[in-house]
Write a protein that binds this ligand. Structure first.
Ligand SMILES: [Zn+2]
Length: 121
């Protein structure tokens, strides 16, 4: 299951970014593109597994989907409605120049305010 390795990578990336190992994480926001091949429900499940026993154990996972974007030679950047039809939605020219939709990135993380900014570690 691809999602599980992605979830582990997300969890370890967030842990690596924490100001201190006992910082609690409240929320993690991810952006995944329509072409990333990831299924949000599967990723949520995998995240719950990967986050167990870590500072992310109680953190909510928020997933935002980003659309497939092609760069049409005549119309410029256009969002595709589906991954099944790679033609420009405006002029119907076939567009293989995908410029968006493969994203897998952490948008931001929300840390427990009580512990963050506490000063001396
Ligand atoms: Zn076009």
């Amino acid at each position: 299951m691809h999602e599980l390795s992605v979830a582990h990578a997300v969890v370890s990336t967030v842990i690596g970014a924490l100001p201190s190992p006992d910082t609690r994480v409240l929320q993690v926001r991810l952006r995944i593109g329509e072409l990333s091949g990831l299924v949000p429900q599967a990723l949520e499940f995998a995240y719950d597994v990967a986050a167990q026993g870590t500072p992310l154990a109680d953190a909510a996972l928020v997933i935002e989907r980003s659309p497939i974007v092609v760069d049409c030679p005549t119309c410029g950047r256009q969002e595709l409605a589906s991954a099944r039809d790679f033609r420009c939605p405006a002029c119907s020219v076939p567009c293989g120049n995908v410029v968006g939709g493969k994203e897998l990135e952490i948008i931001d993380i929300t840390l427990d305010d009580v512990l963050v900014g506490g000063g001396v570690a």
